[in-house]
Design a binder for this molecule. Structure first.
Ligand SMILES: *Cc1c(COP(=O)(O)O)cnc(C)c1O
Length: 400
């Protein structure tokens, strides 16, 4: 079976041009970028160029607004812990119920250890932030608002610039986990209200183990890692020069391919989504289809287990993902599906297909060929399917 990779929100293939850009920095160009001799200086120059490439992708004002980290998770953790330390007299965090665990797990820990009070703002059945609850939580006690730009499970996009403006009104810092947005939607940070933004290399065709935190010039910041003077004293530790240079190349490629995300990649996603809705009864799209990443669709199939669908897809060469973080072996639906109030019978059968510029029309054909048969087979085995209320599919959630 031809392998079909539709799990690009989990990680992407490193672009061959990125690999090529990195290779010299494992061999001849091995110097420490902070050294002043020629071995180091030339690597330092390449790091500088990579920083400018990333600056361009983010529409940032200065290249030194970028602090390299080892992951998106580290960038998120740094932003949150920095804000608590940098904003004396304020000990509240405002976030959402649908954030990535890189934000949620730290917030829960800070709450449990009494270091912060956390407001988890809910979402509606389309995954849209409860604006009334958000406004109500914004007071002069809030040190940080941290909200994701785009959701990793559903692709739903929050109106992040407007949300940042509101946070400014109460003097809070504003951070966004933009790991899923960077490279997929245009971003211009210069002149905006966003103080901090996290991204991760491996979600945009750069390698794993390199991320970045944008910190707006003048925004209050306290480092997480202390030691040497790397990253202007804001993140100690010898720079991951190959990773940084790979991320720079990936940023350059992302700029060149940005239009393709909104056209070719989106068209592949839409064709798959429409075909599934037409051919498979009792399914619907999770999330806000109007405000959504161009590469993601999350489809709820009623009366089946997502894990069973994935297993059968895998046997047919197709790699996708269920929303549920099943790593613990629990069959709980994901916190995102729960926050959206997706009915129990559908939350368990939700599958995410996430595309990238690597995908081709044959990938979509292969899923359309196999998926309806898989659903038919699995539902025949389901004791609930016989008595199910079978009806035509709609684009809006049936429970809304
Ligand atoms: C993948 C992801 C992260 C974590 O990034 P890593 O580099 O894997 O640590 C954080 N937030 C979101 C939304 C993600 O999709």
């Amino acid at each position: 079976m031809r392998p079909v990779y539709l799990d690009n929100n989990a990680t992407t293939r490193v672009d061959p041009a990125v690999v090529e850009a990195m290779l010299p920095f494992f061999t001849e160009q091995f110097g420490n970028p902070s050294s002043i001799h020629s071995f180091g200086a030339s690597v330092g120059q390449s790091v500088k160029k990579a920083r400018q490439q990333l600056q361009q992708l983010l529409g940032a004002e200065h290249d030194h607004e970028i602090i390299y980290t080892a992951s998106g998770t580290e960038a998120d953790n740094t932003a949150i812990l920095s804000a608590l330390e940098a904003m004396p007299g304020r000990d509240e965090i405002v976030t959402s119920a649908v954030e990535h665990p890189a934000v949620l797990a730290l917030c829960q820990h800070l709450e449990k250890t009494g270091r912060a009070k956390v407001h988890y703002i809910g979402v509606d059945s389309l995954g849209r932030l409860d604006l009334e609850a958000y406004r109500a939580a914004l007071t002069d006690k809030v040190a940080l608002v941290t909200l994701m730009w785009a959701n990793n499970e559903t692709g739903t996009i929050f109106p992040i610039e407007a949300l940042a403006e509101l946070a400014k009104e109460v003097g809070a810092l504003f951070h966004t986990d933009a790991v899923q947005a960077v490279g997929k939607v245009p971003i211009v940070l210069k002149g905006g209200a966003i103080d901090m933004l996290s991204l991760s290399g491996h979600k945009l065709h750069a390698p794993k183990g390199i991320g970045a935190l944008y910190v707006k010039r003048g925004a209050r910041f306290k480092p997480l890692l202390r030691g040497g003077h790397q990253e202007r004293g804001r993140r100690a530790g010898t720079e991951n020069a190959p990773g940084i240079i790979g991320l720079g190349k990936a940023a350059e490629l992302a700029i060149a391919h940005m239009a393709e995300e909104q056209t070719r990649v989106k068209e592949l996603r839409d064709r798959l989504e429409n075909a599934i809705l037409q051919r498979v009864p009792n399914c619907f799209v999770n999330g806000d289809i109007r405000e959504r990443l161009p590469n993601t669709t999350n489809i709820a199939f009623e009366y089946v287990e997502g894990e069973a669908i994935l297993l059968h897809l895998t046997r047919n060469g197709v790699a996708a993902s269920s929303g549920s973080a099943c790593t613990s072996g629990s069959l709980e639906p994901s916190h995102v599906m729960k926050a959206m109030n997706v009915p129990f019978t559908a939350a368990h059968g939700s599958i995410r297909f996430s595309f990238s510029r690597d995908n081709v029309p044959e990938d979509v054909d292969q899923v359309i060929e196999t998926l309806p048969k898989i659903l038919e087979k699995l539902r025949e085995l389901s004791p609930f399917w016989a008595g199910a209320n079978k009806g035509p599919n709609e684009f809006k959630p049936v429970y809304a």
